[in-house]
Design a protein around this ligand. Structure first.
Ligand SMILES: NC(=O)c1ccc[n+]([C@@H]2O[C@H](COP(=O)([O-])OP(=O)(O)OC[C@H]3O[C@@H](n4cnc5c(N)ncnc54)[C@H](OP(=O)(O)O)[C@@H]3O)[C@@H](O)[C@H]2O)c1
Length: 251
């Protein structure tokens, strides 16, 4: 079986799986962070879990790019992708407070598989199997709007994560009500920023792999935002009533 055939099958699966995941996550919340179950099963400290499970995104995409087309357009995609993933893999885990909490190996293994396949599908499409985009793509409205959306989402995600880091003093592991910025409107602006980022990526790359990734992000984070929001409301009687879960004024 040749690689392009395997690629096509994986891509089809990458559109089907988020539908199943989306529905499932309304019934079962991924057991890490505040939703962790204290079962005492095999686990790693959360910071190490993040490094392990996100590393394939950095490495798989970089490998595709190194062995594929390296043009001004793929340089631009490489820069956007690694801007997000170098932060998520090698900076974010060391800024979290309470990062030694156990993260189940099952969660890490599932995410490792996801980031590996997703990095490969996106990297390989852009540098080998998709159309070779000329430098004119860098001024195409889809690229310009998509890249702008990506950067806006990244900024929202960064700010929201930073607010969370500062809620805890070193050594603390409890939860407080986050405030400021988009927390005025929603419980999970970090997830909203992430969804905006990968929707921008789908637009800028104009690729099926990018679209599938954006769908995955919604499938993962929309039900989790709902679970976080319900958790906040159950924990804090004074939780702001005007705040929604993910989308200001809507959801
Ligand atoms: N693309 C995707 O599909 C995807 C999937 C998952 C996550 N992500 C991204 O990865 C990042 C982390 O995700 P996550 O699910 O771990 O986010 P999260 O539940 O919001 O937690 C982020 C960090 O902040 C801490 N924290 C959260 N709420 C807090 C509060 N009220 N008081 C004190 N500390 C609080 C958490 O501690 P605890 O760990 O102790 O709860 C954790 O260290 C986010 O930026 C998210 O967008 C992306």
């Amino acid at each position: 079986m040749n690689e392009i055939l395997v690629y096509r099958w994986l891509l089809w699966a990458w559109f089907a799986l988020p539908v199943i995941i989306f529905v499932s996550l309304f019934f079962v919340t991924a057991p890490y962070g505040r939703h962790a179950k204290r079962t005492g099963g095999p686990s790693l400290p959360a910071w190490l879990g993040w490094v392990v499970m996100e590393s394939p995104s950095v490495i798989a995409f970089a490998a595709c790019w190194l062995f594929g087309r390296r043009t001004p357009v793929t340089w631009a995609f490489f820069a956007l992708w690694q801007l997000h993933y170098v932060n998520r893999t090698y900076i974010f885990p060391f800024r979290m407070r309470g990062a030694s909490k156990p993260m189940p190996l099952g969660v890490i293994a599932g995410a490792f598989f996801f980031t590996l396949v997703n990095g490969y599908l996106n990297g390989r499409w852009l540098t080998a199997f998709g159309p070779a985009l000329g430098t004119g793509w860098l001024t195409d409205p889809r690229f310009v709007a998509g890249a702008a959306l990506f950067l806006v989402g990244f900024a929202i995600n960064q700010h929201a994560d930073r607010v969370l880091f500062h809620l805890r003093a070193p050594g603390e592991t409890g939860y407080k009500i986050p405030r400021g910025g988009l927390y005025r409107w929603v419980s999970c602006p970090n997830y909203l920023g992430e969804i905006i980022e990968w929707s921008g990526w789908a637009l800028a790359t104009w690729s099926p792999a990018g679209l599938a990734f954006a769908l995955w992000t919604v499938a993962n984070l929309l039900p989790r935002a709902r679970a976080h929001h319900r958790w906040y409301r159950a924990q804090f009687p004074d939780y702001p009533t005007e705040r929604r879960a993910l989308v200001p004024l809507v959801f």
